[in-house]
Design a binder for this molecule. Structure first.
Ligand code: DP6
Length: 407
């Protein structure tokens, strides 16, 4: 009789940091020089879907990403750390003993529902999904809370934060073991029901410096980064956790923007300097600043990662006005439904009449309407951690091969 093929499929979310991780303390353990904090985004809008399969009939570990096999993936140290790490936590389940899980090879297939090229933290969702799928397959049991996040962290630092929903902190931890370099949930996804995010995908023709190499140059050359990690972030983490707990948007927004600014300042303080934001990114900063000035307080906050895309955090009552403003200056007015990920939101922003004084204030920043500078918008909110998916499987349970075809 053929050896059985065991499978499990999960979805995992992406996350966008409001206190940024930038700089590694230990490259091998992939631990950071400072704590960070992010919001886990709703998987209804952006997610990675991953199937993990195992069988005694498999002869090597194999990985398919977005339908294409990644040759040599089994030697990749990030992939190995996740697979071997979860395997060690396997339990007797599905009629397989813990000892037998150790000897089985795995086949993994994974895809994103958002363009990998858009630079939307796809590695965070991807490695979180890998760890969660393997953990589900082998019913892995943590020896201490957050142990799985220490494995996802070795795949990609930010992935540690995608194993929980809501508001998640990744504590930098301590050498030599770094077992305390792990994530914990500061508040669950239902904690702040009015909080929303709009992702503006900014056109980018240039290739970014990868986070890993950018961080290593920053650690080696930026004195600002050292000051940030030692002095600024510890204070900001406390203030940010308090703002989230109190649902204080003004404080949340102010710290979010200042932390994004400082992260990009450390990039500029790196030698040779790294530029992630472009002219469109900077014009979005001016738009947000003008909007907040008009309102007399912070009602929208921007943040930028290692690329030009903007993520705006705001509250539900401001969604339509801010969406309409983005449409006015950057959007494709003839194809609003295609430009925005949600039908109702697209209709609402298309029919919204913008206040004349608000437009005048944004015009004053020098911004003029120009279609195409923002490719699309994703309107989303906070969401839960990884979910087990019944009824979808990306590995053929008979052949053990990938079944996902990129649309
Ligand atoms: C700017 O997690 O992608 O998005 O650990 O090298 O895989 P590696 O880096 P990665 O870096 C993310 C950097 C950031 C800030 C953040 O998400 O905290």
């Amino acid at each position: 009789m053929a050896s059985p093929i065991y499978t499990a499929t999960v979805t995992a979310p992406t996350n966008i940091a409001v206190i940024k991780y930038w700089g590694k303390a230990d490259a091998k353990a992939n631990t950071p020089i400072n704590d960070s904090l992010s919001v886990t985004l709703d998987q209804a809008d952006l997610r990675a879907v991953t199937t993990a399969a195992a069988s005694t009939s498999f002869t090597e570990d194999r990985l398919w990403l977005n339908g294409e096999e990644e040759v040599g993936a089994s030697e990749n140290k990030r992939f190995r750390a996740c697979v071997d790490g979860v395997r060690r936590l396997a339990t007797d389940c599905r009629g397989v003993t813990k000892a037998d899980w150790q000897t089985m090879k795995v086949h993994i297939s994974s895809y994103n529902t958002f363009p990998t090229a858009a630079g939307l933290a796809s590695s965070a969702a991807g490695y979180a999904a890998l760890v969660a799928a393997l953990a589900e397959l082998m019913q892995a049991k943590e020896e201490f809370p957050g142990q799985l996040t220490t494995l996802a962290r070795q795949g990609s630092g930010s992935a540690s934060r995608s194993l929980y929903g809501g508001f998640v902190a990744w504590r930098k931890g301590s050498p030599p073991e770094w077992l305390d370099s792990k994530a914990d949930q500061v508040a669950h996804e239902g904690h702040w029901p009015e909080l929303r995010a709009i992702i503006a995908v900014v056109s980018d023709k240039q290739k970014d410096t990868s986070s890993t190499s950018g961080m290593s140059t920053s650690v080696a050359t930026s004195t600002l980064l050292k000051h940030r990690a030692e002095v600024v972030v510890p204070e900001r983490m406390k203030a940010m956790e308090a703002a989230i707990k109190a649902q204080d948007f003004v404080a949340f927004g102010r710290i979010t923007m200042m932390d994004s600014n400082q992260f990009h300042a450390t990039c500029l303080d790196t030698y040779p300097p790294i530029f992630y934001m472009n002219d469109v990114s900077r014009s979005i900063i001016r738009l947000v600043t003008a909007y907040n000035d008009c309102k007399g307080k912070i009602e929208v906050a921007y943040t930028f990662d290692a690329g030009p895309n903007a993520v705006l955090y705001l509250l539900e009552p401001n969604m339509v006005e801010v969406g309409a403003l983005l449409l006015h200056y950057y959007g494709d007015k003839d194809h609003v439904q295609k430009w925005v990920n949600k039908t109702e939101f697209a209709s609402a922003i298309a029919s919204h009449k913008l206040d004349g004084s608000l437009l005048a204030a944004v015009d004053k920043t020098g911004l003029t309407p120009s279609t195409g500078n923002v490719k699309c918008l994703y309107a989303t909110k906070a969401g839960p951690g990884p979910q087990v998916l019944e009824g979808e499987c990306l590995i053929d349970p008979k052949t053990g091969l990938n079944t996902y075809i990129k649309k």
